[in-house]
Design a protein around this ligand. Sequence first.
Ligand code: RUB
Length: 319
Amino acid sequence: MSEHFEIHPTVEAVAEDIASMEIRGAATIADAAADALAVQAAESDADSPDRFRAELRAASRRLVETRPTAVSLPNAIRYVLRGMEGSDVARLRASVTDSAAEFRSELDQAQENLGRIGANRLRDGDTVMTHCHSTDALSCVEAALDQGKEIEAIVKETRPRKQGHITARWLREMDVPVTLVVDNAARRYLDDTDHVLVGADSIAADGSVINKIGTSGLAVNARERGVPVMVAAQTLKFHPDTMTGHTVEIEMRDEREVLGAEAAEEIGDLTVENPAFDVTPPRYVDAIVTERGQFPPESVVTLMRELFGDQHGGEPWEE
Ligand code: RUB
């Protein structure tokens, strides 16, 4: 039987917030998870290096089990745990807090660099159409504004959780003119759109983009209308397991997000399904913009090999 290890209340709270989507979006989830591990390390009262490592692994498992699709979460945890080294608790503690701080600053830097690269694709006067809420995608808009370009946005509402409202708010804070549309209106407004601009929760080795449900339909429609699709995704979103044939698990969320109890009662017996993400095949994507440059989706595997080539074997949080 596995021993019980102390999980810090902050880790518990962050795990609950990720599961309930109080903390959401792939980059933000990764940032919060790394920070939670730093708290676990800083406040651990483990009396031996073995106990300290076991506590960190237990906290990592708690975090990694919250949501399955955004690979930024396990990638963040791998980064922090791989930095854990030292022969005594004090050194181990310092290595984890340093590693988490380094991860978080690299994440910010990557998003800024990615933004500048993505902004080069946007011209003065362009209109972008967004889906869901992606900090990587909005970083491209912010950088374009910094370059003195005027950008407008058509923002899809993004049922069922309406993350489009968050995007609309962020864009308005940047003074970008925003037109909010329901998801079903997207094709009609593609005629007024210069770029579809979305983020990603995971990028597979074949260049498929896993993002909020509705991204794939939008991309297919955009291709039909001749509107380029740009995916803003720092390399933290690259999914290492897909290099060895694994597929990305699509999270199924509570049906109540789609249909409340009262409405369900009124309608009668029915099945409601609520997948949170979908897969856009690479042929519908024009460019994946990362902090390392922009790539045609089919070529990301080369960069993935460079980044993950030497990472084999078990997960660092396994017992
Ligand atoms: C969020 C979502 C975002 C990606 C990228 O889904 O699909 O497009 O996570 O976001 P949810 P970012 O709201 O279910 O977490 O660019 O901020 O990492």
